[in-house]
Design a binder for this molecule. Structure first.
Ligand SMILES: [Zn+2]
Length: 193
């Protein structure tokens, strides 16, 4: 028995999925895959930082801050976050001028690719599970205001009324959702192959 709340991220077949597919084409390993892993590990500002590191090894934190136009403290925080996720290595070196230490950073591309594959496998498992659930169900019962999406057994228990707002639930044919998920699983399997 299950009520899935519609929180806006339901798997409606995306009308622009073809276009999106083209835009996210994996031309280079960094752009799509590593960037995603980097974002998951250290936030969106980390992507810009790693884009610079991907072009040059052993780059100083000052140089990274200058090029990204981000605050040095913010840059450092992100760099250490990358490091704690094994996505960046560093060495410390003394600045001859005034004796302060600076760190020099190198992106660990191999680990980023590994992390991406791990995230990808997790998502693939989730999508497969979702597809299984959709395929096994006999469609869902949904509220006209989209607050509830219930399986048949739950809908019967609630006398086909929305548990949130009381409106009558209507049957939703999930064939398109199943097709969409099946296609999604196929695409994802092609990446992991
Ligand atoms: Zn409702």
């Amino acid at each position: 028995m299950k009520i899935i709340k519609n929180s806006g991220n339901s798997y409606k077949p995306a009308p622009h999925s073809k276009k999106q597919k083209r835009n996210s084409a994996r031309n280079t390993p960094f752009d799509a895959e590593s960037a995603e892993a980097v974002r998951a590990a250290a936030g969106k500002d980390a992507v810009g930082i790693v884009q610079i590191m991907a072009k040059r090894k052993d780059i100083s934190e000052i140089e990274i801050a200058r090029r990204t136009k981000l605050d040095i403290h913010h840059v450092r925080k992100i760099l250490y976050m990358l490091h704690s996720n094994s996505l960046a290595d560093y060495r410390k070196a003394r600045d001859n001028g005034n004796g302060t230490y600076f760190s020099y950073w190198t992106f660990n591309r191999a680990n980023a690719e590994q992390l991406f594959m791990r995230l990808h496998q997790e998502r693939l498992q989730q999508t497969r599970k979702r597809l299984e659930e959709e395929a096994e169900s006999q469609g869902f019962y949904i509220c006209p205001d989209a607050c509830t999406r219930a399986e048949f057994a739950t809908a019967v228990q609630q006398s086909f009324k929305c548990g949130e707002c009381g409106q009558l639930l209507s049957h939703e044919d999930n064939t398109r959702t199943i097709d969409f998920l099946r296609e999604k699983v196929r695409e994802m399997e092609a990446v992991s192959a």
